[in-house]
Design a protein around this ligand. Structure first.
Ligand SMILES: Nc1ncnc2c1ncn2[C@@H]1O[C@H](COP(=O)(O)OP(=O)(O)OP(=O)(O)O)[C@@H](O)[C@H]1O
Length: 264
């Protein structure tokens, strides 16, 4: 069995006729992994499979040493992972405490551990002073933070965050990135994001997806190095990670194009 927290082989995900992921192979271990790619690349499709809320069309998905396609093993995997979807629902009349406790209950956490775990999770996202406020009274950014709290309440070994910083104010983003770094010292954290600042500040590794295939995987430093010295734009505004991202995408497109050419 593969020792990685996430071991995906030949993963294909389809939405009717659209192929969102195309025979993807990916292994991830502890650390903070930035999941990058253009709009429609397949990031959300991948995160949803890793969160076990969507089923693959084909391929193998091993999470935390278990087979995610096996009903029995999936239950154990779900207890041990945390997931923040791009959009999530909640009962508007619930307080933040009730919302996070409800998720702890869904994760089948021992009930004597829940109250302290809920308070810790809510404090970690800087919502301690609003813990007894109703969800419907929170701002969009605060709802997002409550969403992050529910994702970390069970101290997950695998944490999946789909665009977690969308809607957070700059100060909260800075705090959130330091929380990510802390979580990544023990857990495998996957963060889908369009913000290169998130990657530069919090991610140790990067997986870049395009057209449902892996275009690049390596450390953030390796991605940055791909960008080389800037020859275009103003260096102070063109971030080094952004240049690496663009260079990796272009290299992937060129090699995909020559592979297609060889087949013609
Ligand atoms: N429910 C759906 N029905 C049909 N097609 C879908 C559905 N969800 C996603 N797709 C398609 O699958 C592909 C991958 O979409 P996905 O949402 O995984 O990409 P993404 O990388 O998360 O994009 P973004 O950065 O815009 O959030 C796209 O072509 C998209 O149009």
């Amino acid at each position: 069995m593969n020792p990685s927290t996430v071991a995906v082989t030949g993963l294909t995900v389809r939405h009717r006729r659209t192929v969102a992921l195309d025979r993807l192979d990916l292994s991830l271990g502890p650390g903070v992994h930035g999941l990058l790619g253009p709009n429609g690349a397949g990031k959300t499709s991948l995160v949803r499979v890793l969160a076990t809320v969507a089923a693959p069309f084909s391929g193998r998905v091993e999470l935390l040493g278990g087979d995610a396609t096996s009903h029995r093993e999936r239950t154990d995997i779900r207890r041990r992972l945390g997931y923040l979807p791009q959009e999530f629902g909640y009962y508007p009349g619930f307080t933040v405490r009730e919302f996070v406790a409800y998720v702890a209950w869904l994760k089948e956490m021992p009930s004597d551990r829940v109250p302290a775990a809920v308070e810790r999770a809510v404090r970690r996202v800087g919502l301690g002073d609003r813990i007894d406020a109703r969800m419907k009274t929170l701002s969009g950014g605060m709802v997002r933070r409550a969403g992050i709290a529910q994702a970390v309440v069970n101290e997950p070994e695998l944490l999946l965050l789909d665009e977690p910083t969308a809607g957070l104010d700059p100060e909260q983003r800075v705090d959130f990135r330091s929380l990510l770094r802390e979580l990544g010292t023990s857990a495998t954290v996957v963060v889908s994001t369009h913000l290169v600042e998130d990657v530069a500040a919090a991610c140790t590794e990067v997986a870049l997806i395009e057209g449902g295939r892996l275009a690049f995987q390596g450390t953030t430093a390796e991605l940055t190095a791909l960008g080389g010295a800037s020859t275009e734009g103003n260096d102070s505004t063109t971030h080094a990670v952004e240049r690496g991202y663009t260079a990796a995408l272009r290299a992937h497109r060129t090699s995909a194009e020559s592979a297609r050419g060889a087949l013609r």
